[in-house]
Write a protein that binds this ligand. Structure first.
Ligand code: 5AD
Ligand code: SF4
Length: 438
């Protein structure tokens, strides 16, 4: 059987698709190359915002002609929409043959076998299994490139009022240290030079008395792993011990994504984020004290229920005060079953959009100004591919800045020393100094 997987959402979900591909290949399936050639189609979905979830349904609608041509095509719906919507999905679309939750991916072979035997079987496994974390990452069929994802924890025990993730991904579970070390060593053996450790609340990683800082230190002897990152962090769980480990471990990249969500204490409290603006700024101060060249990014939600103009302006002032290198900003989107979805929304869509545009325009100026400070300096860039515009090579610095420069495709996977020649708000242009080897 030939398979095709379409993925939406975060790194976790992207890596889950790599795991699903690995499982399918263990069953003798091969990649289809293009969707019309597939015998099995998996849609690995995201439900973080309404738009992301709705995409799945419009996509399913567009698949109808293909399904009519190929009545034996098996369609499985995986990921967070599967977990959130459950068997209701069968009522919303008659194209779905089975649904599979993110913590039940090991059931894929069984569901597939049954689906192949029966026409339109409507099967589901939405169990939230604690042992899902024990899935051996070596079984994943990873995307080609210098960078590999390694799941170290799954689930989220927080209760942020707007967020669907605790519902879709279940309670926190951590992978045993010994297994993380084995998987990381296997990735080094396989030639990966960068590992990104994944977890919904990765700072809460814990195996017995071991925490994330200890794990980062234990991974240092892997000399082939030149770059170690971890995501996603939470301001209330980012301990000074983790910050020190970031500063002291040579392979840990000087980059951090630390979602703030809002700059207003009142909004943070209504969101039940578990920290104040002061505490968030204290973490930034400590980070920058230990790691002066840190690349810092954040997430901001605009238009949370009841967000006043003054509260929104506190988010603007947070961005001005911190000067992030990158900000991912989102319109608040009510998610079914979350506490915030009970709240009355105070702003029209147009007002929310105007706030978002204002915030983004301000942040673009900050990014341009910050990026310009790098012009003339040197950087080490791990080349990960060819940029869409202009056919240049593209890669990232350790601080996670995107850099484009002229070079040969054979350098993909190598680290190249460059000099920054120009800056835009979202990326840097550079000239090669020398290729440092892979
Ligand atoms: N509406 C808008 N944005 C959301 N996020 C999470 N839930 C919602 C929601 N209901 C954003 C947060 C989070 C990022 C992954 O998505 O900023 O950090
Ligand atoms: Fe989307 Fe969140 Fe699920 Fe990732 S964990 S796929 S961002 S809903």
């Amino acid at each position: 059987m030939r398979y095709f997987i379409q993925t939406w959402g975060c790194q976790m979900n992207f890596h889950d698709s790599e795991k699903l591909a690995g499982i399918l290949e263990e069953q003798g399936c091969v990649p289809a190359g293009r969707l019309p050639d597939a015998d099995v189609l998996l849609l690995n979905t995201c439900s973080i915002r309404e738009k992301a979830a709705e995409k799945v349904f419009s996509h399913l609608g567009a698949l109808r002609p293909l399904r009519e041509q190929r009545p034996d095509l098996i369609i499985g719906l995986c990921g967070c929409v599967a977990q959130q919507e459950g068997e209701r999905l069968f009522r919303r679309s008659d194209l779905v043959d089975f649904i599979l939750g993110p913590r039940a991916i090991e059931s894929l072979p069984a569901l597939l076998r049954e689906a192949a035997q029966r026409r339109r079987p409507r099967l589901a496994d939405l169990a939230v299994r604690d042992d899902s974390i024990r899935f051996d990452g070596a079984r994943a069929r990873r995307a080609v490139g210098p960078r590999a994802y390694l799941t170290i924890m799954e689930g989220c025990n927080k209760t942020c009022t707007y967020c669907i993730v605790p519902t879709t991904r279940g309670r926190e579970v951590s992978k045993p240290v010994s297994q993380v070390l084995e998987e990381a060593a296997a990735l080094e053996q396989a030639g990966f030079v960068e590992i990104e450790l994944l977890g919904q609340n990765v700072n809460a990683y814990r195996d017995g008395s071991f925490h994330l800082d200890g794990l980062l230190r234990l991974l240092q002897p892997l000399e082939g792993i030149k770059r170690l990152r971890f995501t996603t962090s939470h301001p209330a769980h980012l301990s000074t011990a983790i910050i020190r480990a970031m500063a002291e471990c040579p392979s840990v990249c000087h980059a951090l994504h630390l979602p703030s969500q809002s700059g207003s204490d009142a909004v943070l409290e209504r969101m039940r984020r578990g920290y104040t603006r002061r505490r968030y700024l204290d973490r930034i101060e400590t980070l920058r004290r230990w790691i002066p060249d840190l690349g810092l990014s954040t997430d901001i939600i605009v238009g949370y229920p009841g967000e006043s103009r003054a509260e929104f302006e506190e988010s603007l002032s947070l961005l001005r005060e911190v000067e992030f290198d990158q900000v991912y900003s989102f319109l608040y989107s009510p998610r079914p079953g979350t506490d915030a979805a009970q709240e009355q929304e105070s702003l029209s869509f147009a007002e929310k959009n105007a706030r978002l545009a204002e915030l983004q325009a301000m942040q673009q100026e900050i990014q341009l100004r910050r990026n310009r400070l790098h012009v003339g300096s040197e950087a080490d860039v791990l080349v990960d591919g060819v940029s869409r515009m202009g056919g240049k090579l593209k890669g990232r610095t350790g601080a996670n800045r995107v850099v484009n420069f002229e070079g040969e495709e054979s350098w993909i996977g190598s680290t190249v020393q460059v000099r920054i020649t120009a800056a835009g708000p979202n990326s840097l242009e550079a000239r090669r100094i020398r290729v440092a080897g892979s």
